[in-house]
Design a protein around this ligand. Structure first.
Ligand code: CP
Ligand code: NVA
Length: 305
């Protein structure tokens, strides 16, 4: 059984296939008559709505569940919650604090599990990101994306997806917030090398895409005052986009914190493609689920439906 906990659960070929399916005008009704459980331990605007609509477009019924309602490891164990949801649903999506929570659900191998964001990874976002970049740039091989800020869940998944499709991946962020050894080892295993830069101006020069995310992720709110100080000088603003060059486009997974990691002028300016990127969350999610519940199952059964 296949799951999507991080982008490298897919081969580069499968990743390309998911992106192709995202553009399918007549998506296969792989969830006809079935449900998908969408469990959220954290808030969401894009992920919940894009997943609910993707499930509907594949013929299924999305079921939104708040983490506090089922009480992960409080009311009952993560495993017993997953076993219960698998009685009713064809797949489980979960947005969690600890990545181990989605790993524990997937280890049961009852139904496909999709990570809808954990402290470690945000693979659905990365699928939408590479889909957007492919729409903007065409073939991504040899193109470049420069991530400015915190080497967080969004960065890890983006670096994997972009690198697996042959992009040059650059990173710039302050000491203490750069990719660690675990990150670089995992990226290297997927054939991805990240070029690190101390100065944002140097990192973005000539790049195709400038990308940033919040400095304080969900669950890190207690660190936000310190992070505001530590990330000073790493805001993506009009001046940094100018330094990148006229070709550079701007992406952000959203939500933005205007005046922190990005200026209003950059989000709302001519280089920004963030709303196209947000819409692509739904198309990418639909492509992923069409593959995960369709072709991936078919392949596992040796070609038999
Ligand atoms: N980008 C993203 O995952 O947005 P939400 O947190 O609103 O789902
Ligand atoms: N890194 C952010 C992404 C939000 C979509 C977080 O985890 O809160």
């Amino acid at each position: 059984m296949r799951h999507l906990l991080e982008v490298d659960d897919l081969t580069p070929g499968e990743l390309g296939r998911v992106l192709d399916l995202a553009a399918d005008p007549a998506p296969p009704q792989v969830l006809a008559g079935r449900g998908m459980a969408l469990l959220f331990e954290k808030p969401s605007a894009r992920t919940r709505n894009s997943m609910e609509m993707a499930v509907v477009q594949l013929g299924g019924h999305p079921m939104y569940i708040q983490g506090s309602e089922v009480g992960l490891d409080a009311r009952e164990s993560v495993e017993d919650i997953a076993r219960t949801l698998a009685c009713f649903h064809g797949a489980i999506g979960a947005r969690v604090f600890a990545h181990t929570t989605v790993e524990r659900m997937a280890a049961l191998d009852l139904v496909p599990v999709v990570n809808m964001l954990s402290d470690a990874a945000h693979p659905l976002q990365a699928l939408a990101d590479v889909l957007t970049m492919r729409q903007l740039l065409g073939d991504l091989a040899g193109r470049s994306v420069t991530y400015v800020g915190d080497a967080n869940n969004v960065f890890r998944s983006l670096a994997l997806a972009a690198g697996m499709l042959g992009m040059e991946v650059r990173f710039t962020g302050p000491p203490g917030y750069r990719p660690g050894e675990v990150d670089t080892d995992r990226l290297a295993a997927a054939g991805v090398v990240v070029a690190g830069f101390d100065r944002p101006e140097e990192a973005v020069e000539g790049t195709d895409i400038v990308y940033t995310d919040v400095w304080t992720s969900m669950g890190q709110e207690g660190e936000s005052a310190q992070r505001l100080l530590d990330f000073e000088g790493y805001q993506v603003d009009e001046r940094l986009l100018d330094a990148a060059g006229a070709q550079a486009l701007f992406l952000h997974c959203l939500p933005v914190h205007r005046g922190e990691e990005v200026s209003s002028g950059a989000v709302d300016g001519p280089a920004s493609r963030v709303w196209q990127q947000a819409e692509n969350r739904m198309h990418a999610a639909r492509g992923l689920l069409a593959w995960l519940l369709g072709e991936a199952v078919h392949d596992e059964n040796g070609g038999n439906p």
